[in-house]
Design a binder for this molecule. Structure first.
Ligand code: HEM
Ligand SMILES: N=C(Nc1cccc(CNC[C@@H]2CCCN2)c1)c1cccs1
Length: 350
């Protein structure tokens, strides 16, 4: 802990060009606190900077150019369930910002754990052989039902929040529908596209990862950015084991699905992604296409190298799932070294 704390403080004071005397004093203060209590507490400034660094260090993230602009909400003092529920719903409201999405993170006390993968996600139901809704949510939806939640059984039922303080009973909270912004999907050139009755939620808020700063761990630190269109159009709605919409889109476009070589899947994929980007933009919700995102990532790489910092990355996650070779990312290797502060995986609490 002591070495992790020292490493973090060294980075913090150096990068923020702080007085070395203050650095020395802060180190002694932290060392004394660790000696006395086994841990130490980060100042708000250290938490704010540490959370931004964790984003900057996220090897799988193509969106890192904007790492300095993140809003950091310090909720480490909250331990009452009602207040945690309010803080989570406030995060959704604040980050959504009527569609002009604000990259935001809310950091809770280390004893808090959120069971959701994302604060907003659709339920998944096993009905005989078929799955209704998001198959990624099957297990979590069962936990919600076990705790008394009942969905309507539609493909787009927004799941409730489940969180836990220490080893108290988990708390389940419905999200007020007016807080959840959703985008109905339409296509700029195919009017019949709306017959598919497709939609997706506006704001992805990851709530299952642990934030680690200077050796201090925060299992509950939900963070959001905006979507890259391919996440919705090339994976969530396209994967066969997810919403599997490519055949339906191909029917609409009257493509020849009998032969793979007609590239009907590729044509359906492009039009589905065109619809996602068109619909988000038309409804004033922030989103980025994978080409623009790659250009922004290139700017991030250049900015970091100007600052004398190496950019680390996970190639297989940085390339977009659609037309990857049309981006510069595909054509270069990335060093996958893990840095700290970081966002880490942690086992499911259920
Ligand atoms: C601002 C707009 C942002 C965009 C467009 C963006 C884009 C992405 C995309 C496309 C992925 C891959 C996701 C997948 O394939 O499932 C990703 C991964 C990731 N992003 Fe970003 N991101 C943004 C902001 C953020 C923020 C604010 C944070 C944290 C503060 C963040 C942290 C991460 C992490 C930790 C991963 C890896 C997740 C995992 O390992 O499952 N990103 N990002
Ligand atoms: N645009 C986003 N997408 C994103 C980022 C991190 C993680 C995820 C979810 N990834 C898990 C899925 C499911 C398996 C592989 N991908 C999405 C953001 C979410 C939160 C901040 S940015």
């Amino acid at each position: 802990m002591k070495t992790q704390a020292h490493q973090f403080l060294k980075h913090f004071f150096e990068e923020e060009h702080k007085d070395p005397v203050d650095f020395h004093n802060r180190c002694s203060e932290v060392a004394a606190e660790i000696e006395a209590t086994g841990t130490y507490s980060l100042t708000y400034e250290e938490l704010n900077y540490g959370a931004k660094l964790a984003w900057r260090n996220s090897n799988k993230c193509i969106g890192r150019l904007f790492w300095k602009t993140m809003h950091v909400r310090d909720c480490r003092h909250i331990q009452q369930s009602e207040e945690i529920a309010d803080a989570l719903i406030d995060h959704i409201r604040y980050a959504t910002n009527q569609g002009k999405i604000k990259p935001t993170i809310t950091v809770f006390h280390p004893s808090v754990r959120i069971w959701n993968h994302q604060l907003i996600r659709y339920a998944g139901y096993q009905v005989g052989e078929t799955i209704i809704g998001d198959s990624d949510s099957l297990a979590f939806t069962q936990q919600c039902e076990r705790l008394g939640w009942e969905g309507k059984g539609t493909p787009f039922d927004v799941l409730p929040l489940i969180f836990q303080v220490g080893d108290e009973e988990p708390v389940i909270v419905r999200i007020p529908p007016d807080v959840v912004l959703e985008v109905q999907l339409s296509h700029p050139e195919v009017p019949a596209f709306t017959d598919l009755s497709l939609k997706w939620y506006a704001v992805p808020i990851i709530s299952s990862m642990k934030l680690e700063i200077g050796g201090i761990e925060f299992p509950a630190a939900p963070f959001n950015g905006w979507y890259m269109g391919t996440e919705i159009g090339a994976r969530n709605l396209a994967d066969e084991h997810r919403y599997n919409q490519l055949p339906a889109v191909a029917d609409l476009l009257q493509l020849n699905q009998k032969s793979a070589s007609s590239l009907w899947k590729d044509r359906a994929l492009v039009e589905l992604n065109v619809a996602v980007l068109h619909s988000f933009r038309e409804q004033g919700v922030s989103i980025v296409d994978h080409h623009t995102a790659a250009i922004q990532f290139k700017q991030f790489e250049e900015q970091e190298s100007k600052k004398g910092r190496d950019v680390t990355g996970t190639w297989s996650w940085l390339i977009p799932p659609m037309s990857p070779a049309t981006t510069h990312v595909f054509h270069k290797p990335y060093d996958n070294t893990k840095k700290s502060p970081a966002f880490l995986y942690q086992p499911n609490p259920y």
